[in-house]
Design a protein around this ligand. Structure first.
Ligand code: FAQ
Length: 309
């Protein structure tokens, strides 16, 4: 293939479309990242789904049902984007179910109180959009386009999380304690969502050269901290980091050391909920077999009708 032409398109900020020639490594990297992103979206339905039956009001329940459903939709767009690159959706799901493909470490933490739902919207969706807005300009056409809608929805999710957090932070002393406790538990895992530090990120250099990543893991993490600390201050909550301070010279927040041992342990499957999340996913997949069979039977009937017509 003509790698020079491919790189010219990438360097000229063009988009690589499914029928364009692309290096095998580029295709492989994209399928890896898009699949893991898709897996994160559908596994990410579980921690919040845990609270649907116990949401504190009908309004909160309606919002939460819609949000969890949005995450399923994101999975759908992303698996669709991976399919345009030649991936087979069943194979991708099989890799998730057998532990051969990852999903974001963040979804292996439990949601023990209602405030966790608010904190996920505020922090986890906040981190997700910080990472995903640049992906709307990534060199892969199908991935970039999928990200536009995903980011619009994530942005709404982030705002509803912040609003729910605001209500708790301004509520009774018990609600305030719940909000602080949720921030204490979700802060550090949210920072780790951006991936390993730049000096320990094996995929970054190539993904940047290919225009898949526009900013490094550490750059996006810093942006998230700079955007989120003032929000915590607005809520009157304390970010659980004694080393956190604003560096007046740079205008950026300096933050404490990230526990990378915990990150890699959770990534290896040893987080608090890894086993439970995967088991639930495999069960949901098995229980949904009849839906896939019915859809396939309907599709083949329609196709036969089209041939006959
Ligand atoms: N968890 O060399 P790098 C959401 C892996 S948002 C687990 O830096 P890369 C929305 C990485 O895959 C969450 N594994 O890798 C939502 C690689 O392993 P591999 C999902 C991680 O790809 C909100 C290895 O470490 N968002 O779901 C993590 O260049 C609320 C080395 O790392 C995306 O997936 C991690 N946190 O950069 C849903 C965004 N970080 O594959 C429900 C798209 C790294 O070589 C509720 N993805 N690893 O075996 C990306 O932007 C990138 O893939 C990064 C990692 C930045 C995550």
């Amino acid at each position: 293939m003509d790698e020079r032409r491919f790189q010219q398109i990438v360097d000229g900020d063009g988009r690589i479309e499914p029928r364009d020639e692309m290096p095998d490594g580029y295709r492989k990297t994209l399928i890896r990242q898009i699949a893991q992103h898709a897996h994160s979206e559908i596994i990410g339905m579980q921690p919040e789904g845990n609270w649907i039956t116990r949401a504190p009001s009908l309004r909160r329940k309606a919002i939460l049902v819609a949000k969890v459903q949005d995450e399923a939709g994101h999975g759908l767009y992303l698996y669709g984007a991976a399919e345009t690159l030649g991936a087979d959706r069943d194979e991708l799901l099989d890799m998730l179910h057998s532990g051969r493909q990852k999903y974001s470490t963040i979804f292996n933490y439990p949601t023990v109180s209602w405030a966790d739902v608010a904190a996920i919207g505020w922090l986890v969706d906040g981190a997700a959009i910080m990472n995903q807005v640049p992906l709307t300009r990534c060199s892969s056409g199908p991935y970039a386009r999928a990200m536009i809608r995903v980011c619009k929805e994530e942005s709404f999710h982030q705002r509803q999380g912040f609003e729910a957090m605001t209500v708790l932070a301004n509520g009774s002393p018990a609600q305030r304690r719940m909000a602080q406790d949720a921030l204490d538990r979700w802060w550090w895992p949210s920072l780790r969502m951006f991936g390993p530090s730049d000096d320990n990120s094996p995929n970054s250099a190539q993904s940047m050269a290919w225009g898949i990543k526009r900013f490094s893991n550490d750059e996006l993490r810093q942006r998230f901290v700079d955007a989120t600390v003032p929000q915590a201050e607005h809520l009157g909550l304390t970010v659980p980091d004694p080393d956190l301070r604003l560096d007046a010279a740079t205008g950026h927040h300096v933050f404490g050391e990230i526990d990378w041992t915990e990150f890699f342990e959770v990534m290896k499957g040893n987080g608090p909920c890894n086993r439970q999340r995967l088991e639930r996913r495999v069960t949901a997949h098995e229980e949904g077999a009849w839906v896939r069979e019915a859809a396939a039977a309907y599709a083949s009937k329609q196709a036969a009708r089209e041939v006959a017509a």
